[in-house]
Design a protein. Structure first.
Lengths: 768, 161
């Protein structure tokens, strides 16, 4: 038998192979195998547990020994997580509990799934379906990077840590490419400024040697000028100064243009990138936002693209200039005097090594400071929104102290960094200066001794060149740090750019006006595919029906809605609207037929008018006013000083929760959808507002298929059908009267609520 | 949910103060209505609602321009009475202290000093290019066209935009 074919998490150890072979020999098909890491006695060992269609066979690492248990003999199979290890055991039909597999948490997820598999198969559930669930679990367990072992985002994804850096740069190049002509122009300008920067030391050398010292010059240009001015030293000096001035003007003038162009290039590239990230973020599925905090997405769009901007500016502006400068200086220095060049290069290795040591030493500090800063920030973000809680428990002093504590930690760490960070540039300057001392010492001695080729001017030019040379050196020594930072940011950004967008199906049926018939056919759903949130839900809702969905928290009511809205697509079974599978509809066209009113209405910080018109930007003013009126919102809008022009989310604008809810209903009215969904729309408002909202809802739902999730059963008085959901299953389904007669869960809920309502009414009477 | 929109054949007369009386073409009359703009910032001459003393909407005017001259003048007067939005013609002084901006301005209604709390929210450019200013007490001012301001005012303003 070919063991390659078996579903497994690791290569099956050779000692266990005979078992597999024997099973195959007996005609049993091994479905999957889990390679464990602990023996039953708790020692590390290569153990295996095989699962066939009817039994499991455990091998505990002792060659030749294995135990076999038939699923049919088991009463209950449990994967029990203990501390640092877990066991797979079963309560047998004979009443004894058998532990047959022990393992660390590394394979616990697989064994959890296996336990479910065994009990489901024993109960006679579909083998293929259960096997498919196992396959997914395996796939997930195996989706680690083969290089570094980190868990991947999704199976088959490229590991972010191990992704080749070249590829990242390539991705970034896409944003730089449109700017290429400008970049090339800038490089030419850089060449020019670099060349200009190299002129002055030669001139100063000439001034020292020929103007002051009256010596011969080796440059034909200078000799020509000298001759032309007739050796008048004053005029010669003045001419040279003018030459210097002219060079400086050219150098810095062109420098301004180049710097401006470069900045434009960098800014444009980053703006493009930021646009792309934001657009992409709009189309990411809800699943992505479940896993990634909104804060981190925002940070990637705002923060990380800024880091990149800084880096791009650095690399495009400074790196180019520094590079050419370095080359230019070395060439000139070598031409002037090769031996002095070697001498002046002497401190460079020291500087490079120092810079490396420094940056290695300083990096952890930055990380530590960052961590302390983020804890300061977290304190802020935690406490400011909760200021009501703080005040009500008189925790002002405590929270101030907590903040001070965090801030003090940040301060002390920052000061520690300060000590090193300020000392380093000084040290570098010191070594640079020492480098010039060597030139003075050796070169100067040679000048005094009259060694051929050495003059005072040469020494002066040399020292200027040498000091110019150290700038690019320290720059490049430090570049790798900002390169690392930029890479980290790029990776985080690419994480978004390369994430899978919401799945669009092949066929894009654009629905006309939907009738609103909704069918759930054997729908099952699970967020992690191990625990089912919805289990085999089948129900049909006729057009125009008003359906109340009732159930305890976590029963799966909201998931029903989430699936219908196509926020999640990974469910089994089918959801049909008007007889079409909703996965075949064009996503945006489909969603635009559904009006969705949430428990906590979200308003953009824009005017009331534009907030309502958000659902239909083409609506006329009168449509919007009418929608507001239907939603019982017009009245309070008119009372605002700025009426429809009122900016929401601003100081002084008191729009209450109930009013916001009515605005969001107005949105739904304006959309004129075929299907309406209310997700606890009146859960957070008082009874009077509830009445206003109810009135609005009643007007809105006329003739439309309506789904209402509600805790308060009073909200559901208009419902002509109630669905009771419990633990992912529809347990009751019928008219309110039928369900009351059934005396089931709905009956109980009604009983409980009418009791509390009576109590509430009594309390209200007492108070008013 | 039917809304009554005034037509050109309906007449609006002054009632008292900023209140008006509407004579409908069919002979019915509504007294003591208060005209208010539904879009006091973005649409000054359109969508005027008329509220009774309880604040309940009685009818709506689509556009002032649709009404006869006399009715229009009455409504315009009533609306102007209701809302006071001085036009800033000159910014005499702009001082910032502790994050609050204090402006002294010359308006079509005289000289006034006020505080602006949040320059981002309280100084806004409208779509038509006019600039709306809100002070710490929730009073509103408007700068119709900042190009017509003198240099000094413009500088003071641009520093905050």
């Amino acid at each position: 038998m070919n063991t390659e074919m078996i579903l497994k998490n690791k290569k099956i150890p050779a000692d266990a192979m005979p078992i597999a072979e024997q099973l195959a020999g007996d005609g049993e098909r091994v479905l999957f195998a889990i390679v464990g890491d602990l023996s039953l006695k708790g020692k590390y060992a290569d153990t295996v547990i095989f699962f066939t269609e009817t039994a499991l066979v455990a091998y505990d690492g002792v060659p030749g020994e294995s135990v076999r248990y038939a699923y049919a003999d088991m009463e209950e199979v449990v994967s029990k997580r203990m501390y640092g290890n877990a066991t797979l055991s079963a309560k047998m039909k004979d009443g004894r509990r058998r532990v047959f597999f022990r393992y660390t948490y590394a394979v616990a997820a697989l064994c959890d799934a296996a336990a479910l598999f065994v009990s489901h198969v024993r109960d006679g559930q579909d083998l293929q379906e259960e096997l498919a669930i196992m396959a997914v679990t395996f796939e997930r367990a195996l989706s680690v990077c083969p290089k570094c072992g980190r868990t991947l985002l999704h199976p088959g994804a490229e590991c972010i840590m191990c992704r080749s850096k070249k590829k990242i740069i390539k991705k970034l190049y896409k944003y730089i490419q449109p700017q290429m002509p400008m970049i090339i122009l800038c490089i030419f300008l850089s060449l020019f400024t670099t060349f200009m920067a190299l002129v002055p030391p030669t001139i100063t050398g000439f001034i020292v040697d020929s103007v002051f010292g009256g010596g011969e010059t080796q440059y034909a240009v200078f000799a020509g000028i000298q001759q032309w001015l007739g050796n008048d030293t004053h005029r010669l000096l003045l001419t040279m100064i003018l030459c210097l001035l002219f060079t400086y003007i050219l150098q810095y003038g062109v420098g301004i243009i180049r710097a401006y162009l470069m900045r434009t290039v960098g800014d444009r590239a980053v703006a493009d990138l930021r646009n792309d990230i934001y657009r992409k973020a709009q189309y990411l599925p809800m699943k992505f936002y479940d896993k990634t905090s909104t804060g981190s997405v925002i940070n990637r769009i705002a923060g990380d693209s800024n880091t990149l901007q800084t880096f791009m500016l650095r690399i495009t502006q400074e790196a180019v200039v520094h590079f050419f400068q370095m080359i230019g200086i070395i060439v000139i220095m070598l031409a002037l005097n090769p031996s002095l060049t070697l001498l002046s290069l002497f401190p460079i290795p020291i500087i490079v090594i120092l810079t490396r040591i420094f940056s290695l030493k300083i990096r952890p500090y930055y990380r530590r400071i960052w961590r302390r800063w983020s804890s300061v920030f977290a304190t802020l973000a935690d406490t400011i929104p909760c200021v009501k809680v703080i005040k009500s428990f008189t925790g002002e002093k405590r929270s101030a102290e907590r903040f001070e504590e965090k801030n003090a930690e940040w301060l002390s760490m920052d000061l520690r960094l300060g000590k090193i960070a300020t000392a380093f540039p000084q040290c570098v300057s010191f070594f640079v200066t020492c480098g010039s001392l060597i030139i003075w010492a050796v070169g100067g001695t040679n000048v005094i001794n009259g060694v051929g080729g050495y003059s005072a001017g040469l020494i002066v030019s040399f020292i200027s060149y040498a000091s110019m040379f150290y700038n690019p050196v320290t720059f490049f020594a430090n570049l790798s740090d900002s390169f690392q930072g930029a890479l980290a940011s790029t990776e985080k950004i690419l994480d978004i750019l390369e994430a899978e967008p919401e799945t669009q199906s092949e066929s894009h049926v654009v629905p006309d006006k939907l009738q609103g018939k909704i069918e759930f056919l054997h729908v099952g759903f699970s967020f992690d595919r191990t625990k089912k949130v919805l289990d085999d839900v089948t129900l049909t809702i006729q057009p125009g029906e008003v359906v109340g969905i009732v159930g305890t928290t976590g029963s799966g009511k909201s998931t029903l809605i989430n699936l219908l809205m196509r926020f999640y697509d990974g469910y089994s079974g089918e959801i049909l609207v008007d007889g079409h599978n909703i996965k075949n509809f064009d996503l945006s066209a489909y969603r635009s037929q559904i009006g969705y009113v949430q428990q906590e209405p979200m308003m953009f910080s824009d005017t009331i008018f534009r907030n309502i018109a958000y659902s239909n930007p083409d609506a006329t003013i009168e449509d919007v006013i009418h929608a507001a009126d239907v939603a019982n919102a017009h009245g309070f809008i008119v009372r605002q000083p700025d009426a429809y022009d009122t900016m929401l989310g601003e100081r002084g604008v008191g729009v209450s929760g109930g009013e916001k809810q009515r605005l969001s209903i107005a949105r739904a009215v304006l959309l004129d959808p075929s299907i309406l969904i209310f997700d606890e729309a009146t859960a957070a408002v008082d009874s009077e507002t509830e009445h206003l909202i109810q009135e609005a809802i009643d007007r809105l739902i006329a003739g439309k298929t309506t789904l209402m999730i509600a805790h308060r059963l009073s909200t559901l008085r208009r419902a002509n059908r109630i669905i009771v959901v419990d633990q992912g299953r529809v347990i009751e389904n019928g008219t309110p009267e039928e369900l009351m007669a059934l005396k089931g869960k709905y009956y109980k809920l009604v009983q409980i609520q009418s009791m509390t309502q009576e109590a509430e009414a009594m309390r209200e009477e007492e108070n008013f | 949910m039917e809304r009554i929109y005034l037509t050109a054949s309906d007449r609006v007369e002054k009632f008292e103060n900023n209140l008006v009386t509407v004579h409908f073409a069919d002979g019915s009359v509504m007294e003591g209505l208060e005209p208010r703009r539904l879009f006091p910032v973005s649409l000054l001459d359109k969508y005027i609602t008329l509220l009774d003393s309880e604040g309940v909407e009685k009818c709506v005017i689509r556009a002032l321009a649709e009404l006869p001259q006399e009715s229009r003048a009455v409504l315009q007067g009533a609306l102007d009475d209701y809302s006071l939005v001085p036009h800033i013609t000159r910014i005499l002084e702009s001082v910032e202290k502790y994050g609050t901006l204090r402006w002294t301005v010359e308006t079509d209604r005289g000289i006034k000093s006020f505080d602006i709390r949040n320059r981002n929210h309280d100084i806004r450019v409208n779509r038509d290019g006019s600039i709306r200013v809100r002070d710490a007490d929730d009073n509103r001012y408007i700068i119709e066209d900042y190009h017509t301001l003198d240099n000094r005012s413009r500088k003071a303003l641009l520093a905050d935009l």
